[in-house]
Ligand binder design. Structure first.
Ligand code: 13P
Ligand code: SF4
Length: 331
């Protein structure tokens, strides 16, 4: 088997790296040489966030990709983030360090089943969370992220009939805060579904003055206990602006890196998942990306995202619509 076939089978460029190589310096050099930018999500390992040109939530990553003048975008996140960037910038090469970095929430919404659901409800506007495949986006009227879902849903008339997919937790939270009654797809994220109410209550009892920050992909019983519910960027902003000094963080543990960096004087306590352990909740997909894979993907320009042209031509419309509404609303 040749090296290329091995990479395809593994989902990343698996070339041994000289241990004496200064990987961080090499990544910087390759970036300049190739006119590439590195975008990273807040859930990435700290070392990847540190080397990235931009670190943000899903909304910011899409906004930066849309505006970038680079030839190569390296998306350190999960597959749908790279796919969104590729749909927005078909002329650019969009690299992801590891093709296996999927998303359980996107997987909970297969496009053929979603298409049947949409067809069974004629007259409904389809709003999809960005954590979806390009095929699901191509069946969608407007894409949202956790950073703009509330405002975008609220921008529709109150009597608009809406299908919202795939996250039932985000969907029911948006129903609650906008007073809508959107029809929800029954999908969820395995990381955010794992948080336990008992552990949250115990941590609140231990830190009675701490503010609870929760991502809207968490279950209702968790969100009901939260002081701030929002996207990763919104939770970070909430922590920065708050006069409180301690925070219970109910989302993927990668966000702690930027929270601690931006607020070194404050204490951030991650809520562990259900079970006996005290480990932080980590997204196994996000954690597939490493500095070594980032280096190899920039060096060999592999793996890169490809999107079927017909699907991309449809999927770009609801993404553009999201970006336009977000810009109009100043998000
Ligand atoms: P954000 O939109 O807050 O970045 O969240 C993305 C995500 O995958 C949450 O699990
Ligand atoms: Fe997907 Fe959940 Fe991972 Fe976010 S944390 S990328 S929703 S699996």
């Amino acid at each position: 088997m040749n090296a290329k076939q091995e990479w395809i089978n593994k989902g990343y460029a698996d070339e041994p790296i000289d241990p004496s190589l200064d990987i961080k310096a090499e990544i910087q050099r390759l970036k300049i040489e190739k006119n590439a930018v590195i975008l990273a999500h807040y859930y990435q390992k700290g070392e990847i966030q540190e080397i990235a040109d931009y670190v943000g939530d899903s909304l910011a990553l899409a906004q930066w990709a849309a505006k970038s003048t680079a030839d190569i975008l390296v998306m350190c996140g999960v597959h749908f983030m790279g796919e969104t960037a590729k749909i927005l910038c078909p002329e650019k090469k969009v690299l992801v360090p590891d093709m296996n970095a999927g998303c359980s929430l996107a997987d909970s919404c297969p496009s053929d089943s979603f298409e049947k659901f949409v067809k069974a409800h004629p007259g409904y506007t389809v709003i999809s969370y960005v954590n979806t495949t390009a095929a699901v986006k191509s069946l969608t009227d407007v894409v949202v992220t956790s950073g703009n879902a509330k405002q975008i849903v609220a921008s529709f008339p109150e009597d608009e009939k809406i299908i919202f997919g795939p996250d039932k937790n985000l969907g029911s939270y948006i129903n609650k805060v906008t007073g809508r009654n959107m029809l929800l797809w029954n999908g969820a994220c395995h990381v955010h579904e794992q948080f336990s109410l008992d552990k949250l209550k115990a941590l609140k009892a231990e830190y009675p003055n701490a503010l609870v920050l929760a991502h809207p992909e968490c279950k209702k019983e968790i969100l009901d206990q939260a002081d701030i519910v929002g996207s990763t960027a919104a939770l970070l902003k909430g922590a920065k602006q708050s006069s409180k000094s301690s925070f219970i963080v109910v989302t993927e543990a990668g966000i702690l890196h930027e929270m601690r960096k931006q607020c070194p004087e404050k204490t951030f306590i991650p809520l562990p998942p259900e079970g006996n352990g005290h480990a932080c909740n980590e997204c196994n997909f996000m954690r597939l990306n490493t500095l070594e894979k980032l280096y190899n993907c920039l060096k060999y320009e592999y793996p890169f995202i490809e999107v079927d042209a017909k699907i991309a031509a449809e999927a770009v419309k609801p993404i553009h619509r999201m970006l336009e509404i977000s810009e109009r609303l100043g998000l």
